[in-house]
Design a protein around this ligand. Structure first.
Ligand code: PMP
Ligand code: GLN
Length: 399
């Protein structure tokens, strides 16, 4: 789709349009469309190809049958807000008032959007680590704030403390933390999180932490920023049920923060979706209350899938990272002679019948050079499919 005339010069959305004014789909939508049109195995967009826990699915069906089909309350259904509060206490020892410190949103996506739009204005700086989940840059631009990035470099994708210090100043309004990190699967160590809290205090910034992969860690512990000393009062913790319960299409997310911050975020959120997903809210509440074994086994199953895909990518000649968490592995195609992963990803469906996402899609144009041969592959798929994808990549002939 293309727009012309004065519209793109005046709308805030113009900042998100391509150079010719075209309304380009996100990289995830583009790559899923490519997979659908070519029949290639879609290891691009991160969504599971199997259903999550039966109790959660059944609870949604039961809610629909019981007539939970109209607008839920603006902050979310009490049963879910209480389940989110109980989850934060059970896993992290964080005590919350479910009535005032928890907001249910349309996925983590809406929580991120409402939070950034509520907290930032023109002239404010938003610090993100780079590569970054594309929404952070898009919403920062929509709010007319300025994005400042701190590089995360292969193979570990952890920030340099001095570069982090240099990025935060008195104009910084928000520091966005995404640990476990998409696309790299890095889990930030406690020292880095503590430094972020210290910098937020020093410069009076708010920490917005996107923890959607919180339960999908492989032998390392997820540490919520809000649990660190002095952090809660200036932290918005965002997560969602999509990854943990394999229900990415339900779009049930949440933000947890001190009451004044929740009020500000809810004020914006009410004009974005108002509310969403009534029958899915009690179902995600059931999920959050599942026994520990469920959470442990979801992570263990995913870890085995990581290993299948990583081994396949290595035998196909890629240099493969070892993600500590999440849905994705980053593979370096440089040993295969690839210098432009974006071009290579567009050719990959015909070369190998597989779709991946170039890491440059998570990096601003000026900083792309050091990421130009990296590809993100999703391993949240059935083991047979991952084996098939690995075999296809190993059999690929590069011309
Ligand atoms: N943050 C990160 C880091 C993600 O990878 C995603 C996508 N899965 C989201 C936010 C969006 O989550 P949701 O689907 O709950 O809106
Ligand atoms: N979070 C998912 C990913 O990184 C997809 C999100 C989306 O399609 N916007 O692949």
């Amino acid at each position: 789709m293309s727009v012309s005339g004065s519209w793109e010069r005046t709308a805030r959305g113009a900042m998100l349009l391509g150079p010719g004014g075209e309304l380009s789909p996100t990289i995830f939508a583009e790559m899923s469309a490519l997979a659908a049109s070519t029949g290639a195995i879609n290891l691009g967009q991160g969504f599971p190809d199997e259903d999550g826990p039966a109790e959660v699915l059944e609870a949604a069906r039961a809610a629909i049958s019981a007539g939970v089909n109209q607008y839920p309350p603006g902050l979310g259904m009490p049963v879910l807000r209480e389940a989110i509060a109980a989850h934060q206490k059970r896993f992290y020892g964080i005590e919350l008032d479910a009535a005032t410190q928890v907001l249910v949103t349309a996925g983590a996506t809406e929580a991120i959007a409402a939070t950034l739009l509520a907290l930032t204005d023109a002239g404010d700086e938003v610090v993100t680590f780079e590569p970054f989940y594309d929404e952070y840059g898009a919403i920062t631009a929509l709010g007319r704030a300025t994005q400042v990035t701190v590089p995360l470099r292969a193979p570990h994708f952890l920030p340099d403390p001095d570069e982090l210090r240099a990025a935060v100043n008195d104009r910084t309004r928000v520091i966005i933390v995404n640990s476990p990190h998409n696309p790299s699967g890095a889990v930030f160590p406690r020292e880095i999180l503590e430094l972020i809290v210290e910098l937020a205090h020093r410069h009076d910034a708010i920490i917005v932490t996107d923890e959607v992969y919180e339960h999908l860690t492989f032998g390392v512990e997820h540490m919520p920023v809000a649990g660190l000393p002095g952090a809660f009062e200036r932290t918005v913790t965002i997560s969602s049920g999509g990854k943990t319960f394999s229900t990415t299409g339900w779009k049930i997310g949440w933000a947890v923060a001190p009451a004044e911050l929740i009020q500000a975020i809810a004020a914006v959120k009410q004009y974005l979706t108002y509310v969403n997903g009534a029958p899915f809210q009690p179902a995600i509440a059931v999920g959050l209350g599942l026994p520990d074994e469920f959470f442990a086994s979801a992570a263990a199953t995913l870890r085995a899938k990581r290993d299948i895909l990583s081994a396949g990518l290595a035998s196909a000649g890629f240099t493969v990272g070892t993600p500590d968490a999440g849905y994705f592995v980053i593979a370096d195609a440089a040993p295969l002679g690839v210098t432009d992963a974006a071009e290579f990803c567009r050719a990959l469906p015909s070369l190998a019948g597989v779709v991946g996402v170039p890491v440059t899609a998570f990096v601003r144009p000026a900083n792309r050079a050091q990421y130009s041969s990296l590809i993100r592959f999703a391993f949240c798929k059935r083991a047979e499919l991952l084996e098939d994808a690995a075999a296809r990549l190993a059999g690929m002939t590069l011309i």
